[in-house]
Design a protein around this ligand. Structure first.
Ligand code: HEC
Length: 212
């Protein structure tokens, strides 16, 4: 006759297997939630880094060599640090590092001109605005098809009553069909925030505001 129940060796094996299973499941939960927290941390950091970079890309660097700080509100445990160094002849390289409460870091690099007017001019050329718009004093701006940008800063303030020149210029880029320049057909594609950040738009506008 076989003895009923489990032998000692079988019992030890069974307990061992159960322990192993419990450890595995707990590991899944603990490890899983940890991974989840880390993923949240990283995505939050990406968002914060991007928004801070946007601000830095739209700030004048005339006096700024480096900067650092913490974010406000619920994000104040995240800190950021930016260093600015010369890049090529007339550019600046910004390196931004965001550090999370658990010490993880996320870095972003951005290139731009030191002051906003120059950065705006660089973007104006990069975005091909000069292929349709002309500016007499710049030989690289001989575009045809769109209205001249000679004196656009002054013209802009007269276009829509109650709208400042800056507001009008920004609207002209985001939503060109909102106002049709007399004598012109709609011919300019709207440029959304996905294709041009608000900081970039601010810089381009600042450049156009120098065209008096
Ligand atoms: C494909 C040609 C084309 C390109 C490229 C283009 N534009 Fe235009 N733009 C036009 C035309 C045509 C108009 C006039 C029609 C209208 O009002 O929508 C216009 C109007 C404007 C106005 C209003 C001018 C005024 O006198 O009130 C501004 C400001 C402007 N564009 C800025 C820009 C900027 C900045 C860029 C580059 C990011 C750009 N445009 C790229 C064709 C273009």
């Amino acid at each position: 006759m076989r003895p009923r129940g489990l032998s000692l060796i079988e019992m030890v094996c069974a307990v061992f297997i159960v322990l192993l299973a419990v450890t595995y499941v707990m590991g899944m939960f603990l490890g899983g939630s940890h991974t989840h927290a880390r993923a949240q941390d990283v995505s939050r950091m990406n968002t914060l880094a991007q928004s801070r970079m946007d601000i830095l890309m739209g700030t004048d660097f005339k006096r700024l060599a480096s900067a650092s700080g913490t974010f406000s509100g619920a994000d104040e445990k995240f800190s950021w640090k930016a260093t600015v160094e010369p890049y090529k002849t007339d550019m600046k390289k910004i390196t931004l590092t965001v550090t999370s409460p658990i010490g993880r870091t996320e870095s972003l690099v951005g290139l731009r001109c030191p002051n906003l007017e120059d950065e705006g001019m660089r973007l104006y050329r990069e975005y091909g605005c000069a292929s349709c718009h002309a500016i007499t004093k710049f030989d690289w701006a001989r575009g045809v098809g769109g209205p001249t940008h000679d004196g656009i800063a002054r013209t802009a303030s007269t276009r829509i009553s109650g709208m400042s020149a800056g507001e009008y210029l920004e609207q002209s880029v985001r939503d060109p069909s909102a106002y049709l320049v007399p004598g012109f057909e709609p011919g300019m594609a709207a440029i959304s925030e996905t294709d041009m950040s608000n900081a970039q738009l601010k810089a381009i506008t600042k450049f156009m505001m120098t065209l008096r």
